[in-house]
Structures are given as structure tokens and as C-alpha cells.
Design a protein around this ligand. Structure first.
Ligand code: PMP
Length: 363
């Protein structure tokens, strides 16, 4: 089989070594004669997997002991609802920074549960997408919590600074679905971090929530039990049957990350991969990227062809060269190369080489 580099935005490619291990263990896991999917989540073998995954994640992200890690159902959007249900009343105000498709989605969902306001929205300056910094926001009233998305998967916009809460103790809630584990972060900057798994963690069906303990136990009464942080924390994320296979696979990914040198090593690799692509995009004007330099994502590299009539040919030829899933999200068009942790340097290089060759033939 030809070597395939899969640039899917999510579900996204997983590390090859992890997939190989999962394949080897699939039918006969730990000599039990069954797969990990077929054993009780309450039995010792699975509990060990679950605990090890949490402890490896804590080590990778250096999560302090006053934060609880939850492995929940419902992906990123599940948390769009769970966050307001757990930490706001219907009278509270949630404030939102809107930097693209996913942060507006979170704000719209929060409207069902509390009052919301938008402190600022990304805008184009000289044709480049830019996110207003905190000194440019308008804040009329103190809020119950502040929400933003650290990496906009669709738009290719990544925010590298962390907002400071206006009053000093407004919890900062971050949707890190598409850049968690891509670089070191300071957990203490945040009240809640959440991420759907299917980009940088493992298969879909799982969301990881990292929540500061003082924010647990405030859920409104009508919060669905499986979304209640307190119930999930009290039961080790096993109030109901968790997505066991996704949890197991996430655990293998965490081990793989540790073996690669952890998040410092990942940050360097991700910088190199994205640099290779942006350099190619900027080279001549045949390709363009419409995100301000400070906000260019290291995970989702979006680009357009100057001559959009070449889009189909580009995608077709990329695919026949083993470079798949490069079509941009339907909301923004163009191309998008998602290069999460599992994408090797060789994948980014192969795409840059192809882009150069395509330009030579069609420029
Ligand atoms: N937030 C971000 C940043 C995302 O990229 C996505 C999915 N692409 C979501 C939220 C929604 O995740 P899910 O489909 O798991 O609900």
C-alpha cells in the first residue's frame, strides 16, 4: 500500500505505533482472551488502564492536584452544554470571545442556559483574520465565567495568549479540542479546560475535562446526570458506562507522547511542521493564507489557491500522491491541512513538496 498522509481535521490520524499496538492487542488483550472493548469497566484490568491514562495525562500536562480530570461522553459539543449547566445559573452572564466557528457555537449553546455576551469577535485587518486582545474588548458587566476556543479548527486561528479574568476570579473556560497536548500550557490559568478526543487524544466518543475543584458541585438541579461534574468526579468518571475503547486508546496515545519526549518535544515538532507549510504558502502568491501571522494555527493550516478553479485538480492530484483529506471545511472553502501531534514531519514535507510541484505545473 502507498504511504498515506491523512490530513483529516477529526476524527484525525493516530500515531502509527499506537494503532499497531491496538491491533496486536485487539483480540487478546492482556492474555484475557477478549478485547478491551468486551470487559467490564468496573473490573480490575480496565480500572488499571483508566487510572494509568489519567496519571499519564496529569504528568504530560502537569495538572495540579486541585484539578479533577474527567473522561466524559459527548465530545466537544457536549461540553458546550455541560459548562453552563455546571457553573452558571440562568441569571448568570457568560462572556465569550468569538474567534471562529467553534467559539460562536459554544456561545449559541450557552444561550439556552444563561445570559451570554460577546466581548469581541475576530475581524479582518488588511485581509488577515485577527483576534482582538483584551484591551480591545468591551465588558459591560461582570460575568459568571469567560469562554474561548484556543484553536479554531475550521478557521485555522490559534490564540497563543491566555486572557486574564477581568475581576481576578472569573473562571476562564477553554475549548482546547484541537490543540490540547500540542504544547505545554499552564493549567492554573484556567478554571475548566475541555477537549473532544478525536484530534489530539484518541478516537471520538470521549471528551476530556480538566476542572478546578472549586468549580465542582455547583451544577443546577436539572443537569443531566451524565453531564454533572460532581457525579462524574465522585464515581471516577464511571457514573455510567464510559467509552472504554476510546479511553484505552487515549491511554496508549499518552504513553506514546511521553515516549516522544512529552509536550516540549511536540511543541517543537508542531512548530517545524507548520513552518514548512506556511513557508510554502507564502512563497509566491500562488497560495495564500488569510490569518494574521500571530494567529496562524500550528494544528490546522488553512490555505487557498489564488486561482480557485484549480481546487478540484489540486485535491485530485494530492490524493493520488497519498495526501488525503485536504479539502477545507464547507463553511470556509479552500484547503486545510490538519497536522496534529500524530502527523510526522515527513507528512508536512510531502505536502509542501507536492504544493511546490503543483505550482510549477499550474502557476
Ligand atoms: N470545538 C472544537 C474546537 C472543535 O474542533 C470541534 C469539532 N471539530 C468541536 C468543538 C465539537 O466537537 P464534537 O464534534 O466532538 O462535539
Amino acid at each position: 500500500m502507498q504511504n498515506i498522509f491523512n490530513f483529516s481535521a477529526g476524527p484525525a490520524m493516530l500515531p502509527q505505533e499506537v494503532m499497531q499496538q491496538a491491533q496486536e492487542e485487539l483480540i487478546n488483550w492482556q492474555g484475557l482472551g477478549t478485547s478491551v472493548m468486551e470487559v467490564s469497566h468496573r473490573g480490575k484490568p480496565f480500572i488499571e488502564v483508566a487510572e494509568q491514562a489519567e496519571s499519564d495525562l496529569r504528568e504530560l500536562l502537569q495538572i495540579p492536584s486541585n484539578y479533577t480530570v474527567l473522561f466524559m461522553h459527548g465530545g466537544g459539543r457536549g461540553q458546550f452544554s455541560a459548562v453552563p449547566l455546571n457553573i452558571s445559573t440562568s441569571f448568570d452572564l457568560s462572556q465569550h470571545l468569538v474567534s471562529g466557528q467553534w467559539s460562536i457555537g459554544a456561545e449559541q449553546e450557552a444561550q439556552k442556559f444563561c445570559r451570554t455576551s460577546i466581548v469581541a469577535t475576530s475581524k479582518k485587518i488588511d485581509g488577515k483574520m485577527y483576534v482582538p486582545t483584551q484591551d480591545e474588548w468591551s465588558i459591560a458587566e461582570e460575568s459568571g465565567y469567560f469562554h474561548y476556543c484556543t484553536n479554531e479548527t475550521v478557521d485555522g486561528v490559534e490564540i497563543n495568549w491566555v486572557p486574564k479574568s477581568a475581576s481576578g476570579n472569573v473562571p476562564i473556560v477553554a475549548d482546547m479540542s484541537s490543540n490540547i497536548l500540542s504544547k505545554p500550557i499552564n493549567i492554573e490559568d484556567f478554571g475548566i479546560i475541555y477537549a473532544g478526543a478525536q484530534k489530539n487524544i484518541g478516537p471520538s466518543g470521549l471528551s476530556v475535562v480538566i476542572v478546578r475543584n472549586d468549580l465542582i458541585g455547583k451544577a443546577r438541579k436539572d443537569t443531566p446526570a451524565i453531564f454533572n461534574y460532581q457525579l462524574q468526579a465522585n464515581s471516577g468518571s464511571m457514573y455510567n458506562t464510559p467509552p472504554t475503547f476510546s479511553w484505552y486508546l487515549a491511554g496508549l496515545v499518552f504513553k506514546w507522547l511521553k515516549a516522544q519526549g512529552g509536550l516540549e518535544a511536540m511543541a517543537q515538532l508542531n512548530l517545524r511542521k507548520s513552518h514548512i507549510l506556511y513557508e510554502q504558502i507564502d512563497a509566491t502568491g500562488f497560495y495564500k493564507n488569510n490569518v494574521h501571522n500571530d494567529y496562524r494555527s500550528k494544528m490546522n493550516v488553512t490555505f487557498q489557491l489564488r486561482d480557485e478553479s484549480l481546487n478540484d485538480l489540486f485535491l485530485e492530484q494530492a490524493e493520488s500522491n497519498g495526501l488525503v483529506a485536504l479539502k477545507g471545511h464547507r463553511a470556509v472553502g479552500g484547503m486545510r491541512a490538519s497536522i496534529y501531534n500524530a502527523m510526522p514531519l515527513a507528512g508536512a514535507q510531502a505536502l509542501a513538496d507536492f504544493m511546490q510541484e503543483f505550482e510549477r505545473k499550474n502557476g
